[in-house]
Design a protein. Structure first.
Lengths: 244, 88
């Protein structure tokens, strides 16, 4: 069994630094790893990333993250990533990593993801260049996640995204904005590998639990949804994943 | 044109406030709902600090001084979890 702590959408800036820290000090007692589901900052500035590094650095357990749409707002992604990496935080974008724990090898593949909508109610790669660019961003992001998931050799496989792979965990959000909150292609990517758990954020008014069409458990860990510093999942180790 | 001060806020005011809450760099909140009620607008949702809640109200009141606004915005708790979810 591997113990996974997770939270997304913490939107750090100076005014929030220190709020999570008391709970984070307890984290090594109850989790092997912390996964962050994007929107670490308010505007994606280097200064805000330093707040994230202060709050989520030096925890005593590995920290793995994807970025969210807020982390892209100021077009400082390379600087944000560097600050996080310098603090020892692993940043995934169409990539994966494997960590060894007493409970087994945990593989985490992550991507920010993108909107697009869900099966039968989604945008299509057709028409104006802007629409085609939108949908191609969706497709490329999901394809990158699928490749990263299938490329990991591990005992337990987790998918980490900011945007949602399923509509179930969006319940509570207005239906009209579902296409801006996630896309079915992420779910398809998750189902293309023996994924044990998929974690995402982004949907502040959504709900915690869902499953992909392939039966993979999905959890929305956006901070406004879980209403605590992080959630902890005890992930079983019954299945061996070998992509080779 | 939006009509202010002479009646209930119209949909354009709601839309403008909603966009301002996201696009104003001093706010940048995507999770605030703007609902039209009989006596004005109600802002609801949750933010990460009391400062952000105050800033939202200040910006909306500044921009729309004639629109009666009620706040029902909470600050998200950050306590450690008391339970875990078992996923065998």
């Amino acid at each position: 069994m591997i113990r996974i702590a997770a939270v997304g959408d913490v939107h750090l800036d100076e005014d929030v630094v220190g709020r999570f820290r008391p709970a984070l000090e307890e984290l090594p007692d109850c989790a092997d790893v912390l996964l962050l589901a994007g929107d670490l900052t308010r505007h994606g500035t280097e200064a805000e990333a330093r707040c994230v590094a202060r709050e989520f650095g030096d925890l005593g357990v590995p920290v793995i993250t994807v970025l969210g749409n807020h982390d892209h707002q100021c077009d400082q992604v390379p600087q944000v990533v560097k600050v996080l990496q310098d603090a020892g935080i692993t940043v995934l974008e169409g990539t994966g990593t494997v960590l060894e724990f007493p409970g087994g090898r945990l593989g985490v593949a992550g991507v920010k993801g993108f909107g697009g909508g869900f099966a039968g109610r989604c945008a299509s790669d057709f028409g104006e260049p802007e629409m085609k660019a939108f949908v191609r961003t969706t497709t490329e992001s999901a394809d990158a996640l699928g490749r990263a998931l299938r490329g990991l050799d591990c005992d337990l496989l987790v998918a980490l995204t900011h945007y949602s792979p399923v509509p179930e965990t969006l319940a509570g959000e207005p239906l009209e904005i579902y296409p801006f909150l996630g896309c079915y292609q992420l779910g398809q990517a998750i189902d293309s590998a023996p994924t044990a758990l998929a974690l995402h954020g982004h949907a502040h008014h959504g709900t915690e639990r869902g499953t992909t069409p392939g039966g993979v458990r999905v959890r929305n860990v956006a901070h406004p949804v879980i209403k605590q510093a992080y959630s902890v999942f005890h992930l079983g180790d019954r299945e061996h994943v070998d992509s080779a | 044109m939006t009509e202010q001060g002479t009646g209930p806020p119209d949909e354009y005011v709601e839309a403008e406030i909603h966009r301002m809450l996201v696009e104003d760099p001093d706010v940048a909140e995507q999770g605030i709902t703007v609902a039209h009620r009989e006596r004005g607008l109600v802002l609801s949702g949750e933010v990460e600090s009391p400062h952000r809640r105050e800033e939202i109200l200040r910006r909306v009141s500044e921009r729309f001084p004639d629109v009666p606004v009620t706040s029902d915005i909470g600050v998200i708790r950050t306590q450690a979890p008391s339970q875990v979810e078992e996923l065998p």
